[in-house]
Design a protein around this ligand. Structure first.
Ligand SMILES: NC(=O)c1ccc[n+]([C@@H]2O[C@H](COP(=O)([O-])OP(=O)(O)OC[C@H]3O[C@@H](n4cnc5c(N)ncnc54)[C@H](O)[C@@H]3O)[C@@H](O)[C@H]2O)c1
Length: 350
């Protein structure tokens, strides 16, 4: 495995250091050491050089099997230019159209909902990752005045909508799941989301063994809290997926627990925790590294190393069961001590 590592900014660096330790331990256990190349891209690099990423940056990323990212975002770069180029740019340039975000509660004690537990929180979200309102199409007229007009277009293409919905059904079929729920706002957004309605019905017709349902995104946000057990697979657009997977993070115990993959099946893909760079926590050895470590498990799965992925997941579950966690989820340990605990569990695995 040749892996590019972009630790990025803030707690991205803290949690990535632990994910890298876990990958190293796994290499010791299996005898197959991943080759990691650390790329310095992030706010510090941008502020020092004026470069967000080099001219051949996206081609360079394509030359790896996968990319592991921490988080990007720094108050010293208020327009977030570097994050846009490095993260959104990579999603667009490498055409990583699937944002895969599993929402799985790994211990009842972490559930924020009354009378719910691990059996109720176990679903996956497929967020469209290359279109929607994130494409920066639009503009501002009379900026800075009281007559300012700001237009931010939402782009929905048949190709983009079709491939993410089809991926959700394919995933369900491959994993023995029987329910796919599509969430949109087609009652209010009658142009773009009519396309989602049409394509969802067309694709669903090809999977008669899977029950296809639809919910408006606002209702789905409510049901995620009231009755998350009803979901197996959710598919939605870029913005809505971004928002509801933060609710998903909370259902897992906190944002620090949530992992994700940005995929173009068969091609170089990018793995990162769902959370951001949390500047106030940066460098304080308090960030929860589990989302980053579980993102490496998603990466291992994607690269066909499912045995290794299960070792990492079991090591994380054991650490959580033993209460060896950071304070955000009720433990007393620092970031690196949690990483060390998980490393020890990985090394004792067979
Ligand atoms: N994928 C990414 O790189 C990504 C995602 C989201 C936000 N951002 C950027 O991150 C910066 C901060 O954004 P934000 O504050 O809205 O979101 P954030 O995810 O950084 O933090 C939100 C809240 O969750 C907590 N939190 C997040 N991750 C945690 C962890 N691992 N352990 C413990 N607590 C954790 C933080 O303390 C904060 O209270 C911004 O610049 C934003 O643009 C980047």
């Amino acid at each position: 495995m040749n892996i590019a590592v972009i630790a990025g900014d803030g707690i991205g660096r803290d949690v990535t250091a632990e994910a890298v330790k876990v990958l190293g331990a796994l290499g010791e256990v299996t005898g197959r050491r991943p080759v990691l190349e650390h790329l310095p891209w992030g706010a510090d690099h941008y502020l020092a050089t004026g470069e967000t990423l080099p001219a051949n940056g996206y081609d360079l990323l394509r030359s790896f099997d996968a990319v592991l990212v921490g988080a990007l975002g720094d108050p010293r770069v208020p327009d977030n230019r570097h994050a846009r180029d490095i993260l959104l740019g990579t999603r667009f340039e490498l055409d990583l159209y699937v944002n895969f975000r599993p929402v799985k509660l790994i211990a009842d004690a972490l559930c924020p909902l009354k009378d719910r537990g691990t059996k109720d929180v176990d679903f996956v979200v497929f967020r469209e990752n290359t279109e929607g309102v994130y494409v920066s199409v639009g503009g501002r007229f009379k900026a800075g005045t009281e007559d300012e007009v700001a237009i931010q277009e939402e782009i929905n293409t048949w190709k983009g909508v079709h491939r993410i919905i089809r991926h959700a059904f394919e995933y369900a079929a491959a994993h023995g799941l029987t329910k796919v729920c599509m969430a949109d706002k087609s009652n209010a957004m009658q142009q773009g989301h009519a396309l989602w309605q049409r394509v969802f019905k067309e694709v669903a017709a090809g999977y008669p063994g899977i029950t296809a349902t639809h919910q408006y995104i606002d209702a789905l946000a409510m049901f995620l809290v009231k009755d998350p057990g009803q979901y197996q697979v959710i598919v939605t657009n870029n913005l809505f997926g971004d928002i509801i997977t933060d609710i998903g993070g909370a259902l897992q115990g906190g944002l620090g627990m949530a992992a994700s993959g940005n995929l173009h099946p068969g091609k170089t893909s990018l793995f990162e925790p769902v959370h951001g760079s949390a500047p106030p926590l940066a460098g304080k050895n308090v960030a929860n590294p589990i989302g980053a470590i579980l993102s490496t498990a998603l990466m291992l799965d994607y690269l066909g190393h499912d045995h290794e992925a299960r070792i990492v997941e079991r090591a994380v579950s054991d650490a959580v069961a033993a209460g060896a966690t950071t304070t955000d989820i009720g433990g007393t340990l620092g970031t690196s001590a949690v990483g060390d605990t998980i490393v020890r569990a990985v090394k004792s695995a067979r």
